[in-house]
Write a protein of this length. Structure first.
Length: 867
RNA sequence: GGGCGUGUAGCUCAGUUGGUCAGAGCCCCCGCCUUACAAGCGGGUGGUCGGAGGUUCGAGUCCUCUCGCGCCCACCA
């Protein structure tokens, strides 16, 4: 705490202008946020930073949650950890494809050959997208993501994230592709990944399979159609369906085994209307007697329940929906009659919507539609990025086991969720909930272009058909590979696509199949084992709570298989940003404010202040008012610092040694501050950065409002020990506050710190309560409280008399049980309140009463303090 | 249908094991150029802590029921 040089560099007019740019550059040059890779594991705090999707613009929600993580990173760094704080960019996958299509006005057509001289249209025409090869398309993806990433990095730097910018990755870069492919190959070789041809949820717009985790329900209008099937004797059996167009895909009817109405039907057959196909009537527990007529048609496939019935009842397969979402040209097996085939011909090639209209028309004509369709609104499954309902088609796909089919693995993964700490704890329920609801393994292949290819080739038999049972795998050392351009061991390029030759797997991985490996990617798994050992498992996974089912869960799965451990020690879940109407902010509603505008308008510290006021895991309202307050706080810190330093700087003789703190009021302040430090530290240790900020802020404002006013006069007394006591206290408090604020307001803390300290505040040590207690000696927190109380009463009297705070006070009488606590600071009270006479009377009253007498001529006021 | 969370001054929110816990900031009102700060400072008015029971000497704080809101999940013909 000693500072002999007293070489304070306090500006005449403190200002926040330009401090972001100033300190971003300074931090970059000094490398204050660099990870020390010589550090041993126990000295490391490693963060599995979420890679933001760069294909969209940065949302204020990003600023919110990344600020939370940054406060933790800064706190840990100041506590002596070397912080591994990388930044990743999630640039692979469909969002990038969409952005590239719109940005350049192109679309990918894998059948077109590569054009090395291709340049995108100067003026993209969204209605006439230029078809280009897959390689050209991927090149544009790379080009645009590089640009987007620069913009993102600029915003992160301006926000003041203490990221080590030497450690960045992109989920499509070479290292990520190699990591994803290596992990996949190992999963495959251990039997954790497998290929299967099965009914798959399918998005007809993007023409790709999607996983359970990517589904969402949307309420859509529909209608119940009451349709007659026919028993052998011609009597009708009515079913109700919302999807009459699937009647040609019907393979059975089903009712609950206990449903008395249908007992005589079980085991018999009925014929479908229009298509005249004989289908069995089955009993199954999932059929609900009180839904519709209690008997349902099973189609291949209308929904997931159909798949369950189809599998468990071992029914026929009659798919009619193609990959493009249209009714396929040829009727399925079973639709054999002339009438059936003719009816089907009306549907072939039609969209689902059109097919439904035509079927309804035909049913009406044939008399098999009982009454009119009854309109309803019902939930329909959608791909979360899609805009047409999902269909279910049978395709060959890659899967990764995730407990969806195995109770033992499911239980093990739920246990894994208990092996790390959740902040806040209740978020773990969502994890358990999700795993318990899994209904199949993780489908990881996508029929898309910009992603990590499956590192697999297949031999072609003499007829040119792929031998999926005998895949050819690359050597790990050659990763990453692209099977569409690289040649498998033992083959030549000329054999590609030829009978007896080979073909590459055309699919790419689900984006989560790559991002579930961020700890491995960022930590240098296999690429840099020395680094990996120092950072893995990571100390912290910060993320949003809406992707527990995807990112968090998937990361646990991968780590479980590959490392037999959890990937991190803690997971911190952040909440949403809500607009003032309490709705989640979203682009479509046009209520999104650009982060950069806010950073410019209020300053980065102010925006961070708002963000830090959002508690962990709690949704928070977007509130510019909080940013204004944050800005005010930042300015106040500069001004208070200027004041304290100018006072202390006027003392050229005294040693600023803790031992010079002798006045009871000063010791009281340090005792209170020790409590604040203790509280803030404990809060940070449980990731409650909000509480740490609140405590710090409250102390700071009280210090400014009361203590600074109380000691203003005394602190200027250069010859008296009491003056040195005040000055030392001011500097100790200042040093402590600068450090307490540093995780939240890194710019202003650094600016103020730089006026009087060497080095960066962000490399300084976190304050120790014990040191403050030592300096406080016998400091009694009650002294500051009682003294402030008296000062407030004097101010109140002046205010009510409409007098200036400079007005003289004739007499102040303090009575109560605890007058001694105020009496010890009578000099400061007298000076700050401009009270000529101060009297203290000890009474039994537990409340302190303060009677203030103003001089004759002024409006008088005399009343008890509110206590 | 199952699960989780939440409901405290007009607004945004603190209230950690039940006993100065009825608070802070914003807003509003009234004052003040006070040599760190007028983009400031001082003072003040606002609430039967969603509702109803219960436990207790004592409950925003624990229990039960109930209402509202938000989110997650679900095999939703």
């Amino acid at each position: 705490m000693t500072n002999r040089s007293r070489s304070f560099r306090v500006p005449d007019k403190p200002s926040l202008d330009g401090i972001e740019a100033k300190w971003v550059d300074a931090w970059d040059e000094s490398g204050v946020y660099h990870f020390d890779r010589q550090a041993s594991r126990e000295d490391v705090f490693s963060i599995d930073t979420p890679p933001p999707t760069v294909s969209g613009s940065l949302h204020i929600g990003h600023v919110f949650s990344y600020t939370h993580t940054d406060t933790i990173a800064r706190f840990q760094r100041m506590r002596g950890k070397t912080v591994f704080y990388p930044m990743g960019w999630d640039d692979n996958g469909l969002p990038t494809e969409r952005r590239v299509q719109n940005y350049y006005g192109v679309r990918c057509d894998p059948t077109i050959p590569y054009d090395p001289d291709f340049t995108p249209p100067a003026k993209p025409d969204p209605k006439k997208q230029v078809a280009i090869s897959r390689r050209n398309f991927v090149e544009l993806c790379h080009r645009l993501t590089v640009e987007d990433e620069k913009v993102f990095e600029g915003i992160w730097r301006k926000l003041g994230l203490s990221v080590d910018w030497r450690h960045t990755y992109a989920t499509i870069d070479e290292s990520s592709r190699a990591t994803a492919q290596r992990a996949f190959l190992r999963n495959f070789q251990r039997g954790e990944a497998y290929m299967s041809e099965a009914p798959t949820l399918w998005d007809v717009t993007y023409r790709t399979a999607v996983a359970q985790a990517e589904l969402e329900d949307r309420e859509r209008p529909g209608a119940y159609h009451r349709v007659a099937f026919h028993r052998p004797d011609g009597t009708p059996v009515h079913i109700e369906t919302t999807r009459p167009e699937l009647i040609p895909a019907c393979v059975a009817l089903v009712a609950h085994p206990d449903d008395e109405r249908y007992q005589d039907l079980f085991g018999s057959t009925v014929r479908t209307p229009l298509f005249d196909v004989e289908v069995p009537v089955k009993a199954h527990r999932l059929a609900e007697p009180d839904k519709g007529s209690g008997i349902a048609m099973i189609c291949t496939f209308g929904d997931i329940t159909d798949v369950t019935w189809w599998r468990e009842l071992q029914l026929a397969t009659r798919p009619i929906i193609g990959w493009d979402g249209r009714v396929v040209a040829e009727p399925p097996a079973g639709v054999d009659s002339a009438a059936g085939r003719e009816a089907y011909a009306h549907l072939a090639g039609a969209t689902v919507h059109t097919a439904r209209e035509r079927v309804v028309a035909m049913l009406r004509e044939s008399g098999d539609l009982d009454g009119e369709p009854r309109p309803i609104t019902h939930p329909v499954k959608f791909y979360e990025r899609g805009d047409k309902p999902l269909e279910i088609v049978t395709t060959r796909q890659w899967y990764l086991r995730n407990g969806g089919r195995e109770p033992e693995l499911r239980d093990r993964l739920i246990e894994r969720g208990r092996e790390f700490t959740w902040y806040p704890p209740h978020m773990r329920a969502r994890y358990d909930n999700w795993i318990e609801g899994l209904n199949g393994d993780w489908l990881i292949s996508r029929q898309r272009f910009f992603g990590v290819p499956f590192p697999v080739w297949y031999p072609l038999d003499s007829n040119g058909n792929p031998r999926y049972d005998a895949p050819v795998l690359p050597d790990e050392a050659t990763l990453p590979i692209d099977p569409s351009s690289d040649v498998p061991p033992g083959y030549t390029e000329e054999q590609r696509g030829q009978p007896g030759g080979f073909t590459g797997d055309p699919d790419v991985m689900d984006t989560w199949a790559t991002s579930s490996l961020t700890p491995q990617i960022a930590g240098g798994w296999q690429r840099d084992p020395d680094l990996f050992d120092r950072v893995f498992p990571m100390d912290l996974r910060p993320q949003a709570h809406d992707i527990i089912r995807t990112w968090l869960f998937a990361t646990v799965v991968r780590s479980h298989f590959e490392h037999d451990t959890v990937p991190w020690r803690r997971a911190a879940l952040s909440g949403w940003i809500l607009d003032p109407d309490r709705k989640k902010m979203s682009k479509s509603k046009g209520n999104v404010v650009t982060p950069i505008d806010l950073l410019e308008k209020y300053g980065s510290d102010a925006v961070r202040y708002w963000a830090a006021n959002g508690r962990p895991g709690t949704d928070t309202a977007f509130d510019e008012g909080q940013m204004k307050i944050g800005r005010r706080l930042a300015i106040k810190i500069l001004n208070a610092t200027k004041f304290a330093l100018s006072v202390a700087g006027s003392d050229t003789e005294a040693e600023l040694d803790p031992a010079t703190v002798t006045e009871p009021l000063d010791r009281s302040v340090l005792a209170v501050l020790a409590d604040v430090v203790e509280d803030a530290t404990a809060a940070f240790d449980t990731f409650d950065y909000t509480r740490a900020l609140e405590r710090t802020e409250r102390f700071f404002w009280n210090l400014c409002d009361d203590y600074l006013e109380l000691v203003k006069v005394r602190a200027y007394e250069t010859d008296a020990p009491a003056g040195a006591s005040a000055r030392t206290t001011l500097l100790i408090a200042l040093s402590t506050l600068h450090r307490l604020f540093a995780p939240f307001l890194p710019f202003v803390a650094e600016e103020a710190w730089s006026w009087w300290q060497e080095g960066s505040v962000h490399a300084a040590s976190w304050p120790e309560a014990s040191q403050l207690r030592t300096a406080a000696v016998d400091g009694d927190p009650g002294v500051l409280a009682a003294t402030s109380e008296v000062l407030r009463a004097i101010r109140r009297a002046k205010s009510e008399a409409k007098l200036s705070m400079r007005a003289e006070v004739e007499r102040v009488v303090v009575t109560g049980k605890s007058v001694d606590a105020a009496r010890v600071a009578r000099g400061d009270i007298s000076a700050a309140g401009r009270a000529a006479t101060l009297e203290f009377e000890l009474t039994d009253d537990p409340e302190l009463r303060v009677d203030v007498t103003l001089p004759p001529g002024s409006e008088q006021s005399s009343q008890p303090s509110a206590g």
